[in-house]
Design a binder for this molecule. Structure first.
Ligand code: FAD
Length: 457
């Protein structure tokens, strides 16, 4: 017989336990991707572009055998199983609320045909729900979760098996939609190349550089992790090898800790599927939020990068231009929306999902809740990131702002963070002096936290 490997968030062939399971008996494998009509047209152009290009790369990697079928997976997967006479459909487990419901339905329909849906592995090093306290309950707080996650450990990367891909009719690859954003390359080879480059040039010093918006100090792997073009297990194994080879232990630990945040958020969402839309903790009443025309205008100004706060505007414009935003700036713009504009986090999260190429329900929604102070292990709700102080600290020479806010390019150095204090024809030396004095002067009081530096970073 043949088996089907139904790809979802695992668009790679390396370190793919479900692929290993699918070829276990040496039978040919049908590589399937289902373009779900309920999801595909609704996804943002940036995410559809990435997915379309990633599917093209996967098609190449399978010798042109990728079978794309359109429709509801509840219909399409059982129909294909019957068409090719498969007795098993293999997947990497899905963990998001909608995906879990879909998989239950698909499994039930397959069972009627005597076909098994077999889930092996997940998009995480440790499947959500596995890391538990001694009492068997989920962790509420990140740091003990991370400790237990490290103790739990993970499997070694799965070796890539020899595969015979079956030859089955495909509806054809989706067209790559036009988008105005300058997006990163897609596919497993691009993900691996990016990771190798980061191991060579970015890992040493990552702990320091990662917070600097003006440096390319991060891995840019989020989009590849989101689509499973590379797996966290691969990264963790390579990190251990790099450390054995002399990479600084602190930088390795910091990078590993960021991956632990990703797994923590997936774990929280696993236990609280409602957290994708509802605050986990109510810190302010729902009717406390601004609404009406002024709130809409404020939201528009934020979304378009026209608040007048340079660091915020730079971040929002980076998002529109590239489908990505630096993590430090994501925290600052999110804080600005919730705590300065008094708009609900869900509104900002929806805008992020509409533009981020790495837009991912657990990471996006739980990070928004973290900033809003409504999440598990959230920042105190009264902590506000001061957008000026954050800019001065994490874009110390102002280069990030000048890159994304061209109308401020005439201001030199860090003066660009406080354009209201300067005229473009001011002497540069004065600009520096003025900017140095400005942080305390501007601080409106104890609600502001000039640092705001969170553990999650
Ligand atoms: P690196 O610094 O190189 O980190 C390596 C990897 O660690 C990342 O690729 C990511 O998988 C993980 N990671 C790093 N920081 C975090 C974090 N705070 N939470 C969870 N995982 C993390 N990340 C997404 O992948 N998708 C999202 O939709 C998303 N939305 C966010 C929304 C807000 C409001 C905030 C504050 C953060 C959000 N993040 C999201 C987390 C983080 O900003 C990005 O993962 C990171 O900027 C990606 O860049 P990188 O791969 O170069 O990061």
């Amino acid at each position: 017989g043949v088996s089907i490997l139904w790809f979802r968030r695992d668009l790679r062939l390396d370190d793919h336990p479900a692929l290993v399971a699918a070829v276990a008996d040496g039978a040919p494998v049908v590589p399937l991707y289902v373009l779900d009509d309920a999801l595909w047209p609704a996804a943002s152009a940036n995410r559809r572009s990435h997915l379309a290009r990633s599917l093209a790369a996967l098609d190449d990697a399978t010798g042109g055998r990728l079978v794309v079928r359109r429709g509801d997976p509840r219909e399409v997967v059982p129909a294909l199983a019957r068409e090719v006479g498969a007795s098993e459909v293999h997947v990497s487990a899905g963990h998001e609320p909608a995906g879990r419901r879909r998989d239950r339905d698909v499994a039930a329909r397959l069972a009627e045909l005597d076909v098994r849906l077999v889930a092996t592995g997940s998009p995480y090093a440790v499947s959500p729900g596995r890391v538990r306290t001694g009492g068997g309950t989920p962790y509420q707080v990140f740091t003990p979760f991370r400790r237990a996650w490290l103790d739990h450990g993970w499997r070694a990367p799965a070796p890539r098996p020899e595969v015979t891909w079956a030859d089955v009719r495909s509806d054809g690859l989706p067209a790559v939609p036009a988008t105005s954003a300058d997006l990163p390359e897609a596919g497993e080879a691009a993900a691996l190349a990016r990771w190798r480059e980061f191991l060579d040039d970015g890992l040493a010093g990552y702990g320091e550089a990662r917070d600097r918006a003006d440096l390319d100090g991060t891995s840019m792997l989020s989009v590849h992790l989101k689509w499973g073009e590379i797996h966290a297990r691969t990264l963790l194994a390579d990190l251990a090898a790099a450390q054995a080879d002399g990479a600084p232990a602190d930088d390795v630990a910091t990078f590993r800790s960021e991956l632990a945040w990703r797994e923590f958020h997936a774990d929280v969402l696993h236990h609280h599927p409602e957290a994708s839309s509802e605050s986990l903790r109510a810190v302010v009443p729902d009717d406390a939020w601004a609404d009406g025309p002024d709130a809409d205008a404020a939201f528009e100004a934020w979304a378009r990068g026209r608040t007048g706060y340079p660091f915020v505007d730079a971040g929002m414009r980076q998002l529109l231009a590239t489908g990505w935003m630096h993590n430090r700036v994501r925290m600052v713009v999110a804080s600005f929306l919730v705590k300065d504009l008094h708009l609900p986090w869900q509104r900002g999260a929806a805008h992020f999902m509409a533009h981020l190429v790495d837009g991912d329900v657990p990471q996006n929604q739980l990070n928004w809740q973290w900033v809003a102070g409504t999440g598990r292990d959230a920042a105190p709700y009264f902590r506000v990131f001061n957008p000026v102080a954050q800019g001065l600290r994490f874009d110390p020479d102002g280069d990030y702002v000048r890159r994304w806010v061209p109308e401020l390019r005439a201001l030199r150095g860090k003066a660009v963070h406080e354009p209201w204090k300067h005229r473009a024809d001011d002497a540069p030396d004065d600009l520096f002096a003025a900017a140095d004095r400005s942080v305390e002067d501007d601080d409106p009081g104890p609600r502001r936290d000039a640092d705001g530096s969170p553990a999650s970073g």
